[in-house]
Design a protein around this ligand. Structure first.
Ligand code: NAP
Length: 270
C-alpha cells in the first residue's frame, strides 16, 4: 500500500467486529502492516483469547500500533449498548468502524429452517450490525462539518443474489445492503463515508460454521476452485479507508477468478 495511505491512516482508531477469524482478523493485520507507526485497533469478537493472541502478533511487528482486544457479542444488545462506555479514554475517538462480524448456519430450505438458526443469523448479521453502528455513530456525528468517520460494512454477493439453501443468510445480507444505502443517504450532509464491500467466495471459518463444525463438509465447498483469501478482502477494506476524504468507494463486489455469480463457479475436475 502506498505511503500516502499510511499517512492518511496515521493516528486513527479503528474498531473491527468479528476480528478473531477470517476477514476480520486479516483486516486487523492489514491495517497494522499499512500504518505500523501510529494506529489504534479495537478488536472485538466473542473469542477473547484469540483476540489477545492476535493483539500480541500485531504488537510484535508493528511497534506503533496499540491494540485493545474487547469481548463483544454483537447479537447481545446489552453488550453493544455498553461498548463505548467501556472503552478506555484513549480508544474512544473511533475513526473507522468495520462491521464484519457475521455468520451463516445450515443449508436448510423453508419450511425446515431451524428457528434458532434464523434468529442467530438475523441477530448477528442485521440487528448486531445496526446496533454497533448506532453505538458508534454519535462519536462520528459529534465532529465538525456534520460529522466524520468511516463505516465499512461487509455484505456479500448473497445480498445481491439469493440462492437455494441460503434464504435466511441472503435475506440478512440484503438487509445489510438496504441499511447501508439508506444510511449513506441519511448522512449526506456529513463527511461520514458509508462503504459496502461484498465478497464472493472466501475461504475462512465461514463454511465450518455453516456446517456446524463439520470440517469435511466445509472443505468440499472449495473443491476444484481457488477461493479468495481473507487478505484479498482485507486489502480492499484498507484501500477504501485509505482514500482521500472526498472519495467514497461506496460499493464493491469481489469475486475470485472462477466465480461469476453466487452459484456460477467453474470447478476443475481431475
Ligand atoms: N467467507 C465467505 O465466503 C464470505 C463471503 C461473503 C461475505 N462474508 C462475510 O464476511 C464476514 C466475515 O466472515 P468470515 O468469512 O471471515 O468468517 P469467519 O472466519 O467465520 O469469521 C467470522 C467472525 O465473526 C465473528 N462473530 C460471529 N458471530 C459473532 C457475534 N455474535 N458477535 C461477535 N462476533 C461474531 C467471529 O468471532 P467469534 O466467533 O470469536 O465471535 C469471527 O471473528 C461475515 O459478515 C460474512 O457474512 C463471508
Amino acid at each position: 500500500m502506498s505511503s500516502s495511505v499510511s499517512q492518511r491512516l496515521k493516528g486513527k482508531t479503528i474498531l473491527i467486529t468479528g476480528a478473531s477469524s477470517g476477514i476480520g482478523k486479516a483486516t486487523a493485520l492489514e491495517f497494522a502492516r499499512t500504518s505500523p507507526e501510529d494506529l489504534k485497533l479495537i478488536l472485538t469478537a466473542r473469542r477473547i483469547d484469540t483476540l489477545k493472541e492476535i493483539a500480541a502478533e500485531i504488537e510484535g511487528f508493528a511497534k506503533g500500533v496499540k491494540v485493545l482486544p474487547v469481548k463483544l457479542d454483537v447479537s447481545n444488545p446489552k453488550e453493544v449498548a455498553g461498548l463505548v462506555d467501556g472503552l478506555p479514554a484513549e480508544f474512544k475517538e473511533v475513526d473507522v468502524l468495520v462491521n464484519n462480524a457475521g455468520l451463516v448456519k445450515g443449508v436448510a430450505q423453508a419450511p425446515s429452517i431451524a428457528a434458532e438458526d434464523i434468529d442467530v443469523m438475523f441477530a448477528t448479521n442485521v440487528t448486531g450490525l445496526i446496533n454497533v453502528t448506532q453505538a458508534i455513530l454519535p462519536i462520528f456525528k459529534n465532529r465538525p462539518d456534520g460529522g466524520r468517520g468511516d463505516i465499512i460494512n461487509i455484505g456479500s454477493i448473497a445480498g445481491r443474489e439469493p440462492y437455494q439453501g441460503g434464504s435466511i443468510y441472503c435475506a440478512t445480507k440484503a438487509a445489510v445492503r438496504s441499511f447501508t444505502d439508506a444510511l449513506r443517504r441519511e448522512l449526506i450532509a456529513s463527511r461520514i463515508r458509508v462503504i459496502e464491500i461484498d465478497p464472493g467466495q472466501v475461504e475462512t471459518e465461514f463454511s465450518v460454521v455453516r456446517f456446524y463444525g463439520d470440517k469435511d463438509k466445509a472443505k468440499k465447498v472449495y473443491e476444484g476452485v481457488e477461493p479468495l483469501t481473507p487478505d484479498d478482502i482485507a486489502e480492499v477494506v484498507v484501500f477504501t479507508a485509505g482514500r482521500r476524504e472526498n472519495v467514497v468507494i461506496a460499493d464493491t463486489l469481489i469475486f475470485p477468478n472462477h466465480q461469476a455469480a453466487a452459484t456460477v463457479m467453474h470447478r476443475k475436475t481431475q
